[in-house]
Design a protein around this ligand. Structure first.
Ligand code: 4NP
Length: 158
């Protein structure tokens, strides 16, 4: 399989994109693909740069066996388009922000993460101002899309 570098992007990089980062990193390792798939995450905003993921995201992920403790928030930058083959936004607003800093000739895949999921939702809803249940819902969507993304990356190009 071709080497892939995947960047997950949300607003703050403390709830949704670190969840996707941890879940997808785990899935990649479970399939023995860590040497061919790199995973990272970033936020379109800088409010939480340097911070660990929100404790509600970390707890919800840990309940399903995913570790997020090693992650620290950073802001997405235009340099990311030189480094990542797949840049996947959690919602339309993040995608708009990314398109605003994307070079016109970006040859990778820039789109919504849930395009890889089998569900009716198109966006991963922001759980920051809601309750614990929102973090479980984020995990459901992220697990679904992660499986779809992994299958897509493993497809032989023709
Ligand atoms: P995230 O969630 O984009 O999934 O990391 C948020 C985190 C922080 C804020 C908003 C959303 N905030 O307004 O600080």
């Amino acid at each position: 399989m071709k080497k892939a570098r995947v960047l997950f992007v949300c607003l703050g990089n403390i709830c949704r994109s670190p969840t996707a980062h941890g879940v997808f990193e785990t899935l990649v390792a479970q399939h023995g693909l860590a040497s061919v798939v790199d995973v990272d995450s970033a936020g379109t905003a800088a409010y939480h740069v340097g911070n660990p993921p929100d404790s509600r995201a970390t707890s919800a992920a840990a309940e399903r066996g995913y570790q997020l403790d090693h992650l620290r928030a950073r802001q997405a930058v235009s340099q990311d388009f030189s480094e990542f083959t797949h840049i996947l936004a959690m919602d339309e607003e993040n995608l708009r922000e990314l398109k605003a800093i994307a070079p016109a000739n970006y040859a990778g895949h820039l789109g919504l993460f849930l395009d890889f999921a089998q569900c009716v939702e198109r966006e991963v809803p922001d759980p920051y101002y809601g309750g614990e249940a929102g973090f479980g819902h984020v995990l459901d969507l992220v697990e679904n899309a992660s499986m779809g993304l992994l299958l897509k990356l493993q497809q032989v190009p023709r």
